[in-house]
Design a protein around this ligand. Structure first.
Ligand code: 7TS
Length: 406
């Protein structure tokens, strides 16, 4: 089905506003993206008519809330093609999912001198939880280097495996470079060494179809707020046979079967990993976001954003002194760049005056900045609502930056 992306913009009420008196050009979807009306409505409707705690009330309202919450779990299972609904754990976001795996799987499996493979293009949330684990158990991190164009160095990756390697944690797509990693190949290599792989899907899930069985990843995490849903909610997918053996990460209500001071037993999956009252309205909002993504179609989104990326790249390279950081063959709609003689923060501030929202900084990927020897970059990142006009505005804003600084 052909989708007219121009008309989809009208689904996002926030995009109709001005920024510093100019029409808002929102190019920071990598940080968080805007929400369609249907997501906002679903959350409002939940509070207007269905709010109750879940999994405990015998009354109709609680049953309704529980049904809606569990339906989203089922819908996400279908959306990412997981084998079982119990493999979908609701979390607070990508960061929470990675910490869960590091502390539950990692802490129970890793011993002194064991090794964790991460890459040099990871977001801090796929580095620091592993460093914390490494400190706790006496393990070490091994880092996959990246090439000059921002791709994973696969030869080096393969050489990092030793008998001590216990887990690999890699991004599906880099938030600072845009690189889409050759996950299937990387997972096959890890599995050949009997090592499980956690995928940080934060920057891929909103942009392309994801099939966890086809990837054969062991864990896959993502955030709702980068996928047109609300903040404070996300998913950890894990293979059932791994999740079943993992100890609970947090204790509390809803994750137990019975509690006595002598002995507590835990709930079955997925509840074992969902202690306390979860973000019910957030999950329901995320469910509406998934329906929205299904209506537009992930393949359509991938094609639209690839076209935007090609157009933006072609336009930006015409700007004198502009250098794109991250020129991998396969990229999501993320362009990081620096401009000769102008600090990225100054570029961000001038663009803001033009109504353009971009991110300037290290993007929570300081090792990437170090690798490319830059203090920071400007990053334009796209969502399904972006158009050529947004990119034209960016280019015109950058020409103004040049006028002011030269
Ligand atoms: N992993 C990647 C690759 C990310 O890009 C981010 C957030 C996270 C993990 C953490 O996600 P969270 O939802 O738990 O915070 N990235 C960004 C960004 O690029 N700009 O702001 C947040």
């Amino acid at each position: 089905m052909m989708i007219d992306f121009m008309t989809l913009r009208a689904d996002f009420p926030l995009l109709q506003q001005k920024n510093r008196g100019k029409p808002l050009v929102y190019l920071d979807s990598g940080a968080t993206n805007q929400k369609p009306q249907s997501v906002i409505d679903a959350m409002n409707q939940y509070y207007i008519s269905d709010n109750a705690n879940i999994h405990r009330g015998v009354y109709e309202l609680s049953e309704r809330a529980t049904y809606q919450y569990e339906k989203v779990r089922h819908d996400i299972k279908e959306f990412i093609n997981a084998a079982h609904t119990e493999e979908i754990i609701f979390t607070a976001g990508t960061t929470a999912g990675i910490n869960l795996v590091a502390q539950s799987y990692g802490r129970s499996k890793l011993k002194v001198l064991d090794e964790i493979i991460v890459s040099a293009m990871e977001h801090h949330s796929n580095i620091v939880p592993w460093q914390l684990l490494a400190e706790q158990v006496g393990a070490n991190l091994r880092v996959v280097p990246i090439t000059d164009n921002g791709e994973m160095d696969l030869e080096a990756y393969e050489k990092l495996f030793t008998a001590r390697t216990k887990i690999v944690a890699i991004a599906h797509a880099s938030n600072a470079l845009g690189t889409i990693n050759p996950l299937k190949q990387m997972i096959q290599i890890a599995h050949a060494h009997n090592v499980p792989v956690l995928v940080d899907g934060a920057q891929a899930f909103p942009h392309m179809p994801v099939d966890v069985q086809d990837l054969d990843c062991d864990f896959y995490t993502f955030s709702s707020h980068k996928a047109y849903g609300p903040t404070g909610v996300g998913v950890l997918y894990g293979k059932q046979k791994l999740l079943e053996k993992m100890p609970p990460y947090q204790g509390g209500g809803d994750m137990i079967e019975s509690v006595t001071f002598a002995r507590t037993t835990y709930s079955k999956l997925p509840f074992k990993f969902e202690a306390g009252t979860p973000n019910i309205s957030g999950v329901i909002g995320f469910g509406a976001a998934i329906r929205y993504l299904q209506q537009v179609g992930m393949q359509n989104i991938a094609v639209h954003e690839a076209e935007l990326l090609a157009y933006a790249t072609q336009q930006l390279v015409t700007i004198p002194g502009l250098k794109i950081i991250g020129t991998a063959a396969e990229k999501v709609g993320v362009i990081s760049f620096v401009l000769d003689g102008v600090h990225p923060h100054d570029i961000g501030t001038i663009l803001d005056d033009h109504g353009i929202a971009v991110r300037a900084g290290h993007h929570c990927a300081m090792p990437v900045m170090e690798r490319f020897n830059v203090p920071a970059t400007v990053r334009a990142s796209f969502g399904l609502y972006n158009t050529h006009a947004d990119i034209d505005a960016l280019v015109s804003g950058l020409k103004d930056v040049l006028r002011l600084f030269k």
